[in-house]
Each structure stands twice: as C-alpha cells, then as structure tokens.
Ligand binder design. Sequence first.
Ligand code: FES
Length: 57
Amino acid sequence: MVDVIIESTENGPNLVVVGGEVKYALCRCGHSNNKPFCDGTHRKVNFKADKKEVKVI
Ligand code: FES
C-alpha cells in the first residue's frame, strides 16, 4: 500500500504527497486564480497558517 499524506505547509498550500512524491499543491488561502490548485498567490496576500501533517489511511 502506498502512503498518502496531506501536508499543510506553513503559510502555504496543502500538499498531497503520494509515496513520498508531491502530486498536487491545493490552495487553502482561497485566493488562487487556478483553484483548486495553488498558484503562489498566498505569498501576495500574506496568508498565514500553521504547518500540519495528516496521514491518510
Ligand atoms: S495556497 Fe497558494 S494560492 Fe492559495
């Protein structure tokens, strides 16, 4: 079975990590022009959020 981890980066997107490889970067600031994906706009809007990691079973 392949490990799937959702990693909420500090002040940035949710990364979907499958088997140790980042597959997607999902916007969690709400300002991306390419939702649901992160386009880097979180830096322009000075998005602040804690880092967290959840392993999906
Ligand atoms: S988290 Fe990067 S654009 Fe929203």
